[in-house]
Design a protein around this ligand. Sequence first.
Ligand code: FES
Ligand code: MG
Length: 592
Amino acid sequence: MTQKSRSNRRFRSQDWFANQAHIDMTALYLERFMNYGITPEELRSGKPIIGIAQSGSDLSPCNRIHLELARRVRDGIRDAGGIPLEFPVHPVFENCRRPTAALDRNLAYLGLVEILHGYPLDGVVLTTGCDKTTPSQIMAACTVDIPSIVLSGGPMLDGWFEGELAGSGASIWKGRKQLAAGTIDEETFLEIAAASAPSAGHCNTMGTALTMNSLAEALGLSLTGCAAIPAPYRERGQMAYRTGRRIVEMAYLDQRPSSILTREAFLDAIVVNAAIGGSTNAQPHIMAMARHAGVELSADDWMTYGYDVPLLVNLQPAGKYLGERFHRAGGVPAVMHELMKAGKLRTDRTTVTGKTVAENLKGKETGDREVIFSYEAPLKPRAGFLVLRGNLFDFAIMKTSVISEEFRARYLSTPGSENVFECRAVVFESSDDYHARINDPALGIDERSILVIRGAGPVGWPGSAEVVNMQPPDALIRRGISSLPTLGDGRQSGTSDSPSILNASPESAVGGGLAHLRTGDVVRIDLNAGRCDMLVGDAEIERRKAAGRPDVPASQTPWQEIYRATVGQLESGACMELAVKYRGVAHTLPRH
Ligand code: FES
Ligand code: MG
């Protein structure tokens, strides 16, 4: 962009700092920025003021690398002729936030909307990493609609334990089973956990974090190749610098999320999510981002555009490798290159690079076929989410690509009724109830059981918990049965490889069919027809409905109460429903 066209651009920050009609306020707006050395000349120069939404802190270890990266972002902003102002966003740490980090996605969203609307900012760098830190910031960027670019923090280095790759989360799930089977002790379990987290960065498996950062790139919100660079690699700092430079250009061009986040972009995100073996949490997060962007997506879109897309990426939990190898194999651009060649993407849409997807992907073919498979000879077929319906819920998803051979042989291979099976329900009211009773022989859990959990949705938990991937009783694991069918109105970790039926909506706490299921009922699952039903007569279901719903625990904090009163269901993204109607709020300036 030429100097001349740059000088024609007036930024919203000048309404604070150079507004003749409110010159009385200007001194007040300016003076306190001086106390750390910023000069009035800078703030009144007419240059864009760029926010750095800092998600790193001691409470967000997965994003803590951003405290370092922000220096390079600032350098880039300055070199390109902008003025950086860094500020904190609400921390969301997946593994440690109780009762669940999901509770904070909408809170971080809400906080960032207020900052971007209420302060003199002309563009923003979103610093993403841990699971919810990516969708929450993108949702806010959609609501506000100022120029926005995503800088991922990047995955941790690959973890190793006793000569084998130890992936985030995946190592924990495996270690828990080994602990239950008595093949390792507690000390070894902790050693495995530590080995799986060898450096700065977010989860190095294709869990929710790497999924969401990959999808941010697929949507066109980050520079090409950003998502997969491991946090400690030199390219990460260089990406931070280039991201800082680019956002200044975007501010001058007034390139906003609304011009990037079209329905085409979200359909591509659904396709890419399947190809990378993305987390089941991508479903509510994609829905939430789309709704805040004003894009219509339906449950059918997951089947129409995603289900048949094969698995191309050989990363844990669906495959073998971790983040470093993914980056070296070409990362997201190399995956999208395969999808583009297969005609599966909408590649003439624009991105934050200022170029189209097709232009960004030029020459990005992978050189490592062990990690990124071709579309014609994929790792597995049909890697998208199967959408299920029935009398237990209106919507739930299942990641059928992670079904193991053992599971397939046991449940899905009956001649004449392949992919159809019936199980006896064992119902848990919460994860506390599950932990208290799972090893109780009186429940009679065997290989014909389905473990069901309710009270785990957005309202019930509150926040929707990652609890559906329930482990079988220890006695069954010792007999070699390492997984049972599971079903619930909560979610499961993106690092888990359980073929659970999850995100069931509406949840039991708001009267979904799951509320009326009882231990001993037969549940029939038909993967061909996308059905999941309790074989209980309508009259009996009506009788049970009259008996009321299971209790939900009381809210423990004010936000839990506000969250419950405003949240929707997982099917539609568990958004703060009243927020969805606000769009482009940056364009109505707040009052002086
Ligand atoms: Fe933060 Fe996985 S726990 S990225
Ligand atoms: Mg998680």
